[in-house]
Write a protein that binds this ligand. Structure first.
Ligand SMILES: *Cc1c(COP(=O)(O)O)cnc(C)c1O
Length: 239
């Protein structure tokens, strides 16, 4: 029997190892892409884990956490107010007033009405969240995100809103066994960003792309933010 204390110790050691491995893989991807020394923001996705794991991740040095549902996020977000929280899941308008006060980043804005509501609530609370527009670059019909051809007008719309700051785009690589196939999706997002940035003159520096299975590929292609859940907190998954 392992007692509680040595279990905590064991988990911490695993997390430190995982964390070092992730940093190493990100560094090599940056190196391969000739992007040395560019900062990558790692969002530790905590939707699968409880508050004790958030505590451990904080001790290991993580500052940014991602959640995809308000109900699941609530207790963690309220307990760790100084952490930087990222909302990464589909967002309904009636949940915006809960999310806005707590989340510094919202990655899943995919329609003008949602952006309007975020801006309105943000002005109420006196905050100004960073917003990324989620684009469905893999054309999978079941996936959330705005269609690439409508991204331009959504950027222009968001840029007019006083209660938010539009910083770039988010995408989820296609659902496939083969992580390399996500590369095409990430490339498409980069090209779309470059095109829209040029046409609008609005600077869109942030690209949130890459998860456990494809974060190195995303970094090679230009990600500035990666969202890592299972690979960080599920120790059964192989390194
Ligand atoms: C759950 C989730 C992640 C993390 O996925 P893992 O495969 O566990 O790394 C990243 N992004 C979004 C939008 C998610 O919902």
């Amino acid at each position: 029997m392992i007692d509680d204390q040595s279990q905590v110790q064991h988990d911490m050691e695993q997390l430190v190892k995982r964390s070092a491995d992730i940093s190493k893989r990100i560094d090599s991807a940056l190196h391969r892409a000739n992007r040395m020394d560019e900062p990558i923001r790692i969002v530790a996705v905590t939707k699968y884990v409880d508050i004790d794991t958030v505590e451990k991740l904080t001790k290991v040095g993580y500052t940014d956490f991602g959640e995809n549902r308000w109900q699941v996020a609530k207790s963690k977000v309220e307990a760790y107010r100084t952490s930087i929280w990222h909302f990464i899941g589909p967002l309904q308008r009636n949940k915006v007033r809960f999310v806005v006060p707590h989340f510094a980043f919202i990655h899943s804005v995919d329609r003008p009405e949602l952006a309007d509501e975020i801006s309105r609530e943000a002005l109420n609370y006196g905050v100004r969240p960073n917003v990324l527009l989620q684009v469905n670059v893999s054309d999978e019909p079941q996936k959330s995100g705005i269609d690439p051809e409508n991204a331009f007008s959504l950027v222009e719309h968001c840029a007019m809103l006083p209660g938010l700051r539009v910083l770039g785009f988010m995408a989820i690589g296609r659902n496939t066994e083969h992580a390399v196939e996500s590369r095409a999706d990430f490339r498409r997002l980069v090209l779309l960003r470059n095109d829209i940035q040029q046409k609008t003159g609005i600077i869109l520096p942030e690209l949130s792309m890459g998860m456990s299975k494809d974060f190195d590929i995303a970094v090679e292609e230009g990600a500035t933010i990666v969202r890592i859940g299972r690979y960080l907190v599920n120790f059964d998954q192989e390194l």
